[in-house]
Design a binder for this molecule. Structure first.
Ligand SMILES: [Zn+2]
Length: 93
C-alpha cells in the first residue's frame, strides 16, 4: 500500500485496486488508530508503572512510556490504514 514511509500508492501496484474508494475513506482509520495507539500506550504505561515508577518515580516513568510510544505513532498510523482497508475488503465500492 505504501511507496515510502508516509506516502501511499493511489492504487495497488499488483492488482490495480483503488485504495481510497471515495473521498474521506480513510477517516475511518482514525478509529483503528485510536484503538491501536491506546492499546500500545496502555501496555507501555502499565510496564512503566510497575517497573519504572518504583525506581525513578511516576512522572519519569510516564515520560519514558511516552518517549517509547511517540516514535511508533507513524507506524501505527500506517498500520491503521492497512487494517481499515482490510476491514472493508469485500464491501460494496
Ligand atoms: Zn492488490
Amino acid at each position: 500500500m505504501y511507496r515510502s514511509v508516509l506516502r501511499m500508492n493511489d492504487t495497488c501496484p499488483v492488482c490495480g485496486h483503488t485504495f481510497e474508494r471515495e473521498q474521506g475513506f480513510f477517516q475511518g482509520a482514525m478509529y483503528v488508530s485510536y484503538v491501536l495507539a491506546s492499546a500500545t500506550f496502555a501496555v507501555f504505561a502499565l510496564l512503566a508503572q510497575f517497573w519504572l515508577a518504583p525506581r525513578i518515580g511516576q512522572a519519569a516513568g510516564f515520560a519514558v512510556a511516552l518517549a517509547v510510544h511517540l516514535p511508533l505513532v507513524p507506524q501505527l498510523w500506517r498500520y491503521s490504514r492497512v487494517v481499515w482497508a482490510h476491514l472493508n475488503v469485500g464491501t460494496i465500492q
